[in-house]
Ligand binder design. Structure first.
Ligand SMILES: [Ca+2]
Length: 306
């Protein structure tokens, strides 16, 4: 594997950590003052190697690796886990055509109708819980509980895929952490936006991502060639309260990638809790709820900060 393990380049010194976006103020007043860091990890001299690594990792069309691999593959993105259990045959994420007349491109955004059409790409599956809810009776619960001896990467998520013509403008929602025991420095919440098969994007990648850590880390957890990281929060997650988040993803793709994706086959959005590169030593535990998730025009955003 071409990029096994940590980057050989010191932070800020090598091509994988060249900072092209730098720090800037968030365009939205609600986000003013939040620290934003974005890194573009494309190194042209190593592009051939990256593409080879992505291919070798099973990157293929959607940059997804085979669950169960024991070879670290940072560039494989969200589907790579050390020992995630594959889904039974036939259980796949089905891209959704948004409901007509609805601003929100997510169906069942508050989980009041159960889990569908939210999906996962490996087990364990998220739960629809009535223990906590921001509105209504239900929310989506991600439960992470691994013993001290567990190593490597684990990803717990809920996923939504949409088929739309135009790239969406805004994502907003709420998360709530009820339990948080840090088992590794790279343990965090995030949401990820992926445009698959865009025809106008640079780099020759099959998919283009922006990854939004919500809490838990302040530095990129690994080098990834086809993604930027934009930090909405960098601190430990606040326990026992709903936390609002929003980003103008259209502006972010424009400013970071240089273009708003066009001609894509679908948009995939993942809401996660996870860790990367854990070493044996401490258990990693978290209970994370998501509710009232929105993707659509900023002017129609039904959520607002509490
Ligand atoms: Ca709800």
């Amino acid at each position: 594997m071409a990029f096994k393990g940590p980057s050989p380049f010191p932070k800020g010194a090598g091509p994988f950590h060249s900072r092209t976006a730098g720090r800037r103020r968030a365009p939205d007043s609600r986000e003013r003052g939040r620290e934003i860091k974005a890194k573009k990890a494309i190194a042209l001299p190593l592009l051939a190697g990256l593409l080879l690594a992505a291919f070798a990792c099973g990157g293929g069309v959607e940059n997804e690796a085979t669950p169960g691999t024991e070879t670290p593959c940072p560039s494989c993105g969200d589907s790579w886990v050390v020992d995630g259990t594959p889904l039974p045959p036939g259980q796949v994420c089905v891209p959704q055509v948004p409901a007509e007349g609805q601003a929100n491109l997510f169906r069942n955004p508050g989980f009041e109708s159960g889990e569908n059409p939210w999906c996962v790409m490996h087990l364990p599956k998220f739960e629809v819980s009535q223990e906590q809810s921001h509105t209504g009776q239900s929310s989506a619960l991600l439960q992470m509980q691994v013993p001290a001896g567990t190593t490597g990467t684990r990803v717990y998520y809920l996923v939504h895929e949409v088929e739309v013509q135009e790239f969406p403008e805004l994502i907003s929602g709420y998360y709530r952490v009820e339990k948080w025991a840090r088992g590794t420095p790279r343990q965090y919440l995030q949401f990820v936006v992926i445009a698959l098969g865009a025809t106008n994007m640079p780099g020759g990648f099959s998919n283009h991502q922006v990854r939004y850590p919500l809490a838990g880390i302040s530095e990129d957890p690994f080098a990834i060639s086809n993604a930027f990281f934009v930090y909405i929060g960098t601190e430990e997650p606040a326990a026992g309260q709903w936390v609002y988040f929003e980003r103008n993803i259209k502006q972010d793709f424009q400013s970071l990638w240089g273009a708003v994706p066009q001609g894509f086959s679908k948009i995939r959005v993942l809401f996660e809790v996870r860790f990367d590169d854990k070493e044996a030593g401490a258990p990693a535990e978290a209970e994370v709820y998501y509710d009232d998730l929105y993707m659509g025009p900023a002017s129609e955003n039904p959520n607002s900060p509490d």
